[in-house]
Design a protein around this ligand. Structure first.
Ligand SMILES: [Zn+2]
Length: 413
């Protein structure tokens, strides 16, 4: 699980700094548009799979992904995990439950669609809420000569107590709702419904702060459903801004932070690999705005600016990928607080001993189809895509989120 893909390593090593030309953020060149009109998705059949010998698998819960289960023999059960549609970026999410009438031990073989491969180290939970990595002696990822292993094996010890097995800690929409409910107990936090998803879920933004909206910040996460580590970093960031400290109180009297913790609630709920139920990668729809989620958030931000004449100073979009990366705007382009992002990354990273951040500024000066680019080129917000590694330890994720918030409060005094 810890080994680095040689291809990815080569890509990082071959990283070239973007050309240095002084360009303001207004009036950028043509945008490369990617089609984002809705496409069909394959609906996952929700059911209990009866595997004989009193063993059951189920995908009947929110966030589940389990497309088929077959018993191969007494000690081996094969599962199939498929994406919502294709082509799709490879983030093969899985989540399922297992129980048995009597205690049993058997192997689960993970298999994927033709182009799929195993990516996420299995997490196990006894209660569906607290997850821990499967024991390394119970998990086998075959070594392959080329590419990535297309299958993986996990020893499962089942009993009448349900086991949850998932690609990451299962942060369903209920988890996010509970977290928002906690924050809403604070008198400076407000909930704003900005629209509805295709499946009819409320799209919600939290307003944090009591300023006059002249200086605003925007934070989003979970455009891509499996990217739970990014959500956890966002959560730590937001909780730090909400602290009852003189610094945080002062910050909230000058800046309002707007947070959309779950950009893709339908995708999360349906256990998608990456897309919303329109079958689209939302982080390619920040120019076209064909999907309800991106349309609602961009309309909300534009309305805030039009209503009050205020500005978005800072924006961050939290994701997860193979390892920790900051995707930033070319530092020569100046927004509403020039130099903020490079200083912020430098200062917050310095607080973690031995941590050398991987920073990748855009190589062009042109607007693109991602949220990061929308925040900067349309609003002038100094923005970044905050990518946390799939396997970054949870405690380090918390610290990264927290230190980023603390240093941001200092830099925006
Ligand atoms: Zn992502």
């Amino acid at each position: 699980m810890k080994s680095l893909n040689p291809l990815l390593l080569a890509l990082i090593l071959s990283f070239i700094f973007s050309c240095k030309s002084a360009v303001k953020w207004e009036g950028q060149g043509p945008i490369q548009i990617i089609p984002t009109e809705s496409k069909p998705i394959q609906i996952q059949e929700k059911k209990v799979f009866d595997l004989d010998k009193g063993v059951y698998f189920s995908n009947q819960f929110e966030g589940a992904r389990l497309n088929d289960v077959t018993r191969i023999n007494d000690t081996l059960v094969a599962i199939t995990i498929l994406p919502e549609n294709e082509p799709i970026n490879p983030s093969p999410w899985y989540a399922f439950k297992i129980w048995s009438e009597s205690p049993q031990t058997f192997w689960v073989k993970f298999t994927y669609s033709e182009k799929g491969f195993h990516r996420y180290y299995p997490k196990i939970s006894q209660d569906g809420y607290q997850y821990a990595n499967a024991d390394s002696v119970d998990f086998v990822l075959p070594i392959v000569a080329e590419g990535r292993p297309t299958e993986a094996y996990l020893i499962v010890r089942s009993s009448s107590d349900t086991l949850w097995i998932a690609a990451q800690d299962l942060v369903g929409t209920q988890h996010v709702t509970d977290w928002k409910a906690d924050l809403l107990n604070l008198d400076f936090v407000e909930r704003i419904t900005i629209g509805k998803s295709t499946d009819g879920r409320d799209l919600e933004v939290l307003k944090i702060g009591s300023s006059d909206d002249q200086k605003m910040l925007m934070v989003i996460s979970m455009q891509h459903p499996p990217e739970v580590p990014g959500y956890l970093a966002m959560k730590a960031f937001v909780e730090t801004i909400c602290e009852d400290s003189p610094e945080a109180r002062k910050f909230r009297s000058t800046y309002n932070l707007y947070v959309m913790p779950q950009m893709n609630p339908d995708g999360v709920s349906n256990g998608h690999w990456r897309h919303n139920v329109g079958g689209i990668d939302l982080n390619r729809d920040w120019v076209n705005f064909n999907q309800p989620e991106t349309k609602a958030l961009s309309a909300f931000m534009e309305k805030k600016v039009a209503e009050n004449g205020g500005k978005f100073i800072f924006a961050a979009d939290f994701h997860a990928t193979w390892e920790d990366i900051f995707y930033t705007i070319n530092p020569d382009l100046e927004g509403n607080s020039p130099g903020l992002i490079p200083k912020l990354i430098k200062r917050s990273s310095k607080r973690i001993p031995g941590y050398d951040p991987n920073i990748r500024p855009t190589e062009t000066n042109e607007r693109s189809v991602t949220s990061n680019s929308y925040f900067f080129f349309v609003h002038g917000a100094e923005s970044m895509t905050f990518e946390v590694g799939d396997n970054t330890p949870r405690e380090l994720i918390r610290k990264k989120g927290e230190f980023t918030a603390r240093e941001l409060m200092r830099l925006l005094k």
